[in-house]
Ligand binder design. Sequence first.
Ligand code: UTP
Length: 291
Amino acid sequence: MTSSPIRTAVFPVAGLGTRFLPATKASPKEMLVVVDKPLIQYAVEEAHASGIENFIFVTSQGKTAIEDHFDVNHALEQVLEQRGKTSELAILRESQLAPGRSAFVRQQVPLGLGHAVWCARHLIGNQPFALILADDLVLADKPCLAQMMEAYQEVGGNVVAVMDVAAEHVNRYGILDIAQDNGPYVKAKGVVEKPSPGEAPSRTAIVGRYILQPEIFKILDQQQKGKGGEIQLTDSFPKLIAQAPFHGMRFIGQRFDCGLKEGWLEANLAFAYARPHLREHLLKSIEKYCK
Ligand code: UTP
């Protein structure tokens, strides 16, 4: 099947991050650091490694640190150059986005994820796009979005990253109502946002990676509020499913919910363990402090 290529990714970063207060009082949740890199940089690097060329950030007040993070820092570059700090300079430049490849649009009021995505509609236009939630961090050999791109080439339409969760956790996720389960791919006939375990149609949960068709904007235009009084992205999926194929892809990798302190802590352990020069120190520290 031939599907239009995905060249643009949207990064909604306008949420309040209340579950991570006080860290998120004056600093964006997406700038929380895992080992040595902010969450949003992991997300951008994943997108870049998956073939994304254009980066759209949906921001809000108090999030300018994100815009600055991906800009050129002339003053710091100069100092590093003068001091001959070439490896630090290389690290600094890794976080720059190419000129004209990034755009920032504001969500003035945090009305929910569906509304944040809708705020980027004019920048995306009539093309399919990727959507990445930076607080869902995935540790994987092949980037999660790259795995989804491959699935998209095969099945087309809409593709979301999914994982099977424990019955008592279904109320934290959008849960697929499954029409067909082929192992790695799941064809959905419906989606329910944060169901109770008794109401859940399956245990197959959507995590923060999506490839979506632009028809979603017509649905989001209706601005319908759902759970928590927010315009939920998931609530637009049943209508999208009626128009085009909608598949879940069971990605290979480990996902961490870094919007929660517990998930962020685990991510730090897993990402530090994955760095050979930090592993020994990490294990010794655990032995020393975690008795
Ligand atoms: P969350 O559901 O984690 O919400 O958003 P939140 O507001 O960031 O955090 P809590 O629940 O108060 O702790 C998932 C992603 O969607 C973005 C967030 O920035 C995050 O990347 N988002 C959420 C928006 O951009 N706008 C919104 O109105 C809500």
